[in-house]
Design a protein around this ligand. Structure first.
Ligand SMILES: Cc1ncc(COP(=O)(O)O)c(C=O)c1O
Ligand SMILES: [Zn+2]
Length: 403
């Protein structure tokens, strides 16, 4: 069971019974370089036999431990999950015969394209929502401050889908160039859209992110898939890794590695945490935006690199790729990503744009209705192919339905 949270930078701990543990208490506007990570307790709670992953793995989740520490029963936690996360089911994880033959590998695909809002993103967010709903139930939250997110892609769609279902107001901060189809869908879901043009007196950085931070300072809840903004996003995302581990065991196989696409980094961190250190985890970024691979060179050269965050993780200038969902100029969750790579013997892969394009064609031809972002893990396998033994069992996640 999760015992609490601990800042991976300054070491400050937050007990699991404390509500709203979004950010490290020492994070400030001038020093935002902190991130709360989960701390595992000694006991490993047993699973519930259920097709909904948020019920099945519920007792392992941080929001559940928070609710239990504040007097909610396990039955009440389960009932709340069935209300808030009713749409989630265990997604398919199967060997792709076509891709295995083409690559001369045993290639296993976790297909997240049919998950809530068409990607894995809702898994990260629903843990935050469950924490909020539990806090309401316990009597720690009397009104509903708005949820806020800066995104114009899968994370925004997931946030809007969950917020609509919960009847909770959501503000989405988007760049001026947002895709019209995404805008329409967000609008249908009742999200309040804020198009953020750069203002003359704005400091450097993404204006949507600046407006999001202002909203958070004014009391909005960071409903985001970036650990430094809300550490609880690193909770529910682990269900995907647990599912893959259990599905592999159920199929009687052992995975050799997982190759996971990275934007902000929360996804790879959670897959790694769920799969465990026995499965090598490699991260993939496109050659036109690879801040994690860039930081890796500096990270491995120094002791406790998290102390030097702003020097180690440098924003990428002019990110570019057709995999437009992983163009985050910084890998916000680089500390957790580095940890899962170091512990499992993995490394960052930089995929040439030609491999991003080819992987998307191969994935589509193999029957996955996935976006170039969602098939970018496969691009990493292509780029790394000559260094992987033939016949090795490699897992990728196709997330992000083609729109
Ligand atoms: C389909 C898809 N895969 C992977 C990612 C990367 O996730 P993260 O930003 O947590 O690294 C994203 C992020 O937007 C995504 O939309
Ligand atoms: Zn801290």
């Amino acid at each position: 069971m999760i015992a609490g949270m601990r800042c991976a930078v300054c070491g400050t701990t937050v007990d699991i019974a404390v509500p709203f543990p979004w950010r490290c208490p020492n994070a400030t506007e001038d020093d935002p370089y902190h991130v709360l990570h989960l701390v595992e307790g000694l006991d490993r709670p047993s699973l519930l036999d259920d097709p909904n992953p948020f019920v099945r793995y519920g007792p392992r989740l941080a929001w559940w431990a928070f609710a239990r520490a504040n007097g909610m029963t396990s039955a009440a936690c389960e009932a709340l999950t069935r209300e808030v996360a009713s749409e989630f089911g265990i997604t398919p994880f199967e060997r792709s015969a076509a891709l295995s033959a083409e690559l001369d590998l045993d290639l296993w695909v976790k297909d997240e394209t049919g998950n809530v809002a068409g990607s894995h993103k809702a898994r990260h967010l629903v843990g935050i929502l469950l924490h909020l709903r539990a806090a309401e139930t316990i009597g720690m939250l009397s009104d509903r401050p708005p949820l806020a997110i800066a995104s114009c892609g899968n994370a925004a769609l997931a946030a809007a889908t969950l917020a609509a279902q919960a009847g909770w107001p959501l503000d989405v901060y988007v760049p001026t160039w947002m895709d019209d189809a995404v805008g329409e869908r967000l609008d249908q879901l009742g999200a309040r859209i804020h198009r953020c043009a750069r203002r003359p007196d704005d400091p450097a950085g993404d204006p949507a992110m600046l407006r999001f931070r202002e909203a958070r300072s004014a009391g909005a809840i960071p409903f985001t898939v970036q650990g430094p903004e809300n550490g609880l996003c690193l909770d529910g995302g682990r269900t995907i890794g647990w599912e893959m581990a259990d599905q592999a065991a159920g199929a009687g196989i052992e995975l050799d590695r997982a190759v996971i696409q990275v934007g902000g980094g929360a996804f790879a961190a959670c897959v790694g945490a769920g799969l465990g250190r026995e499965v090598r985890l490699d991260t993939v970024q496109a050659e036109g935006c690879a801040p994690l691979a860039d930081a890796w060179e500096r990270v491995v050269a120094i002791d406790r690199p998290e102390r030097y965050w702003s020097q180690v993780m440098r924003p990428w200038n002019d990110p570019r790729s057709v995999a437009d969902g992983i163009l985050d100029d910084e890998t916000y969750d680089w500390i957790a990503d580095v940890r899962v790579m170091v512990e499992s013997g993995g490394a960052p892969i930089v995929a040439p744009e030609t491999d991003i394009v080819r992987a998307h064609e191969m994935a589509t031809a193999a029957g996955y209705r996935v976006s170039p972002t969602g098939s970018a893990g496969l691009a990493g396998v292509l780029s790394e192919r000559s260094r992987i033994h033939s016949g090795h069992r490699v897992a990728v996640v196709m997330s992000g339905v083609a729109r």
